[in-house]
Structure formats: structure tokens, C-alpha cells
Design a binder for this molecule. Structure first.
Ligand code: FES
Length: 318
């Protein structure tokens, strides 16, 4: 992965526990282009690699804007960004990649939960620019935790945004059946937020008959996995024939790294797809949120940062 050195041009407090970072080239030159829904990998100083969605207008070439929620159980990513990254600092970031692109539709519904607003804000700007019909439903715990609220209220698309706050009066709460409406072949839905939010919206919309092909989603974080029933298994490296034990309390990537086989990871929770590895034999126990059910059923690739094996051995195309 090619990394680019960028400077923190501006750091802002976007909401309670949410810091914004504006990144640009030190010489002011243009950055690689991106499209709505893209993210970049950020090497957190002294910490892990983390992915953050770009939330600025994709027409801008001079900056990338990201927003980072301080996670109470941060493993160094969000806490590192909040505690150690200041204006003027240099960060290493990847070129933008897009696993969450907008498709052409007559009408678009953007459904954001908390910090999941970031890629959807970028989409809202794009849809507003091209004069498309869209509505952004933005749910947060409270006004104080609503990043970009003032900016959205001042934007040309303010009248297309509905705010929903958990601590607000009942009438403004997100009501998925009413706010999304019955299935409509001309409308596409985009969901981004924590796993609980996405699962709720998915459950209700699919129960109403919305076809999966019209629902696009990006998880912000995975729900905590239940690892109590995890068992040990083995993986074989196809190129060398080497067999490596994966104990119950280790991920495949950890077991491989212990044996000198490094696989690039980023989110380490099955959300980003960075670690995808081809599987030649054995049955995967998919634990990720990245692949669709159809892709999982093919059993030809998995995310070794979190997924495991249903058979005693997996042969990996490494
Ligand atoms: Fe993100 Fe494995 S590192 S899915």
C-alpha cells in the first residue's frame, strides 16, 4: 500500500468526544482524488493503522477531512489520534479507497448512526451538487454528540437533513417504517454506523420487504464477538506446506505473525477487508461484516483477523 505524508492543517472539536482533522500536502499540492464513500488508512502515531471515512466534498483536491470518535475501549487508534495528533504534525495515510460507492438512483436515503455520518456527509454533498433527490437521517445520542451539526444546518442541503436524538422528545426519534417507507424500486438506502444501529435498520427494512440489492452498508465498528466457543485449528501455507497451530485464544493473523508470516491488517475486526486471504481447502467460519452472505457461501476467501475455521485445517493461498 502506497502511503502519503500529509500534514494536519487543522484540528477541530466537532462534538463531544469527536475530533476533526483536516489533512493536506505540506506543499499545498493536490492529493489523490476520491469519490463519495471513500476512506483512507491512517497510521496512528505509535499505534495501529486505522481507517477513517472522508467527510469533505469529493470535488476538493487540497484536503482530506476525517472525524474520529474517542472509543471508550480504544486499542490505541482513536485514543492515539485524540491524545497525540496536533496541528502541524505529519501523518502517513494511504490513497483513498472506496468500498461504499454511491450508485445511480432516482432517490437516495442516507441513514447515519453517530460517527457513521462521515461517509454519508460526503455523499450528501455530492448528491446536493448534482441536484439529486435525497434525505439524510442522522441519529445521535444527543445534540452535544452530533458532529457537523452547525455545518449541516448552514449547508445548502440543510432542508434535506432530519436529526434524531436519543434524549430528545419522542416525535423526533428515528422511526424506520415511517422514515424509510415501503420498498420502492427507484430508491437506494445507505447505512453507516455502529453494528446495533445498522442491524436495527436492516431488520426493519428487510422485514418491510426492501431488497438487499437496494441497501448499501458500512459498519463503523463490529459488535463485540462471542469467543467463548472458539476452538483451536490449523492453517497450512500452500506455498511452503508449513502447518501452523491457531490456538483458541489467538486470531489467524496473530498465529501467522508468530510464525513469521505477516498479513497486512487495519481494523482487525472484520470490517475493512484489508486482510482478505484466499482459502484453497477447508471450511471458513466467517466472523466478518465485510463479505455478503453470497460471498461467504463461496468459501474461497476469508478475513483472518477475526474469522476462523469450521474444519480442523484451512489451506491458505499464501
Ligand atoms: Fe479489517 Fe481484517 S483487518 S477485515
Amino acid at each position: 500500500m502506497t502511503m502519503i505524508a500529509v500534514q494536519v492543517l487543522r484540528r477541530t472539536q466537532e462534538a463531544q468526544d469527536i475530533a476533526g482533522f483536516e489533512l493536506g500536502r505540506p506543499d499545498g499540492g493536490p492529493l489523490p482524488a476520491f469519490s463519495a464513500g471513500s476512506h483512507i488508512d491512517v497510521q496512528v502515531p505509535g499505534g495501529p493503522m486505522r481507517q477513517y471515512s472522508l467527510c469533505n466534498d469529493a470535488a476538493e483536491q487540497h484536503r482530506y477531512r476525517i472525524a474520529v470518535l474517542r472509543e471508550p475501549k480504544s486499542r490505541g487508534g482513536s485514543a492515539g489520534m485524540h491524545d497525540h495528533v496536533r496541528e502541524g504534525d505529519t501523518l502517513l495515510v494511504s490513497e483513498p479507497r472506496n468500498h461504499f460507492p454511491l450508485v445511480h438512483a432516482k432517490r437516495t436515503l442516507l441513514m447515519a448512526g453517530g460517527i457513521g455520518v462521515t461517509p454519508l456527509l460526503c455523499m450528501a454533498q455530492r448528491l446536493a451538487t448534482i441536484g439529486a433527490d435525497f434525505t439524510l437521517h442522522y441519529s445521535t445520542r444527543s445534540v452535544e454528540r452530533t458532529a457537523f451539526r452547525e455545518e449541516i444546518l448552514r449547508s445548502p442541503f440543510a432542508d434535506r437533513v432530519r436529526f434524531h436524538h436519543d434524549d430528545g422528545p419522542p416525535g423526533q426519534m428515528l422511526n424506520v417504517p415511517a422514515d424509510v417507507g415501503p420498498p420502492d424500486a427507484d430508491t437506494h438506502l445507505y447505512l453507516c454506523g455502529p453494528a446495533g444501529y445498522i442491524q436495527h435498520v436492516l431488520q426493519v427494512t428487510q422485514g418491510m420487504g426492501w431488497p438487499p440489492a437496494q441497501i448499501h452498508l458500512e459498519y463503523f465498528t463490529a459488535a463485540p464477538a462471542d469467543t467463548q466457543a472458539d476452538r483451536a485449528f490449523q492453517v497450512r501455507i500452500a506455498s511452503s506446506g508449513k502447518v501452523i497451530d491457531v490456538p483458541a485464544n489467538e486470531s489467524v493473523t496473530q498465529a501467522l505473525a508468530r510464525n513469521g508470516v505477516e498479513i497486512l491488517t487495519s481494523c482487525e475486526q472484520g470490517v475493512c477487508g484489508t486482510c482478505i486471504t484466499r482459502v484453497l481447502e477447508g471450511e471458513c467460519d466467517h466472523r466478518d461484516l465485510y463479505f455478503t452472505d453470497e460471498e461467504k457461501a463461496k468459501n474461497d476467501q476469508f478475513t483472518p483477523c477475526c474469522s476462523r475455521a469450521k474444519t480442523p485445517l484451512l489451506v491458505l493461498d499464501l
